[in-house]
Ligand binder design. Structure first.
Ligand SMILES: NC(=O)c1ccc[n+]([C@@H]2O[C@H](COP(=O)([O-])OP(=O)(O)OC[C@H]3O[C@@H](n4cnc5c(N)ncnc54)[C@H](OP(=O)(O)O)[C@@H]3O)[C@@H](O)[C@H]2O)c1
Length: 344
């Protein structure tokens, strides 16, 4: 296997591997993972050269952070991001691992949004304790914006601006407590809004720059390039459909739910094209994101050692230039999207 290259989060001078580890899965996203399997999965990924791990308090109500921290403790050379904006509050008497907010975790906590100055600092300090680590490299403001907050969007955003949330992050960065900060979101307009108020180093954008959807090209990605804001791509399979394709019986998952017919049809065309070029659709989905010059890493969710191996195989799969040429010729992609090989 080839070594996995690194790209730099430019404003922070922080190199991360282009293939990273999305640790929502080891917080028991949709299904339980044992402690042993979570540990083995993280170790397999790191041994293979994935030197960037992304977690969050939300992932398993603290479970993902605990598991990630236990593996990273005492280990050098791995860059860690976690998130701020949700505090975990205890729920006495809560037992079992029934699904809550998508996670099958027994951690007895509920999540409380708080993007204020003190809320951000408390979230950061709580994460240090759960991780059992003395340093966090990157903090993302998690799920700010109307997609999550609806009518409460203005108030929650003001917690960051007037309420000092951004100021708290700037202080943490200035003091060296963290190396970089940004947003971790499923929408891109909020990133432009945030960039009017604060210098972000990096944005984790999930689902909005994929083989299926390139709306981030309209204005966010050009703005990120112009301001040297690095971009990490999450949800590169749009919740699964770009990994599984649509040949099977379904349900086909797209953006945290069942895919609408027009999405299924578009994936059907992508899948047919991939098949003509003997290319796994999931390999093209990973490779596509990394062709954009603002993108520094793509972070699939990895919930088992087998999934790590499969993902490494996908990453290593050569994709014929003719696949990319036909993708463009058939208008299956925004014509402005840079493709692998364009620069050659
Ligand atoms: N707001 C935010 O900051 C935000 C939002 C979303 C994501 N993220 C980050 O991005 C990471 C990845 O996001 P994600 O887990 O939503 O999306 P993803 O990696 O695109 O995976 C979504 C689904 O694809 C399936 N899948 C992946 N590889 C596959 C393969 N080779 N074959 C078949 N199915 C496959 C997985 O199925 P299985 O269940 O079988 O594994 C999973 O359910 C997260 O862990 C998190 O770190 C951040």
């Amino acid at each position: 296997m080839a070594t996995i290259p690194k790209r730099e989060i430019r404003r922070a001078g922080l190199p991360i591997s282009v293939l990273g580890f999305g640790a929502a899965s080891v917080g028991n996203l949709y299904r339980p993972v044992t402690d042993e399997d979570a540990r083995a999965t993280l170790l397999a990924a790191m041994d293979a050269g994935l030197t960037y791990v992304d977690t969050a308090p939300r992932y398993g109500h603290g479970l993902s952070e605990r598991r990630v921290g236990d593996v990273l403790r005492g280990r050098d050379g791995v860059v860690l991001s976690t998130k701020v904006g949700r505090l975990l509050t205890p729920v006495p008497g809560l037992k079992g691992d029934g699904e809550r907010h998508g996670f099958r975790s027994p951690m007895p906590f509920e999540q409380l949004y708080d993007y204020s100055h003190d809320g951000i600092l408390r979230s950061y300090e709580d994460s240090l304790q759960r991780l059992g680590l003395a340093h966090i490299d990157i903090l993302y403001v998690h799920d700010i914006g109307p997609m999550t907050h609806g009518d409460d969007d203005a108030r929650t955003f003001e917690q960051l601006t007037i309420g000092g949330g951004f100021r708290a992050l700037e202080r943490l960065r200035q003091s060296g407590a963290i190396t970089a900060f940004g947003l971790g979101v499923n929408e891109w307009r909020i990133c432009l809004r945030a960039m009017e108020h604060v210098d972000l180093d990096v944005v984790l954008l999930a689902g909005r720059y994929t083989l299926l959807e390139q709306t981030a090209l309209e204005s966010f990605l050009p703005a990120a390039l112009a301001r040297q804001v690095s971009v990490v791509v999450g949800g590169a399979y749009n919740s699964g459909i770009l990994a599984t394709g649509v040949r099977g019986p379904g349900p086909h998952y797209y953006d945290y739910g069942e895919a609408p017919p027009e999405v299924v049809e578009r994936v059907r065309r992508l899948e047919a094209l991939a098949e003509r070029h003997e290319t796994p659709l999931a390999a093209a989905a990973l490779s596509f994101c990394l062709a954009h010059p603002a993108v520094v890493s793509v972070i699939p969710g990895l919930g088992s050692v087998e999934r790590v191996k499969k993902t490494l195989d996908l990453y290593d799969t050569p994709i014929p230039a003719a696949f990319w040429a036909e993708l463009r010729a058939e208008n299956l992609i925004d014509p402005r999207a840079p493709l692998p090989g364009d620069e050659a």
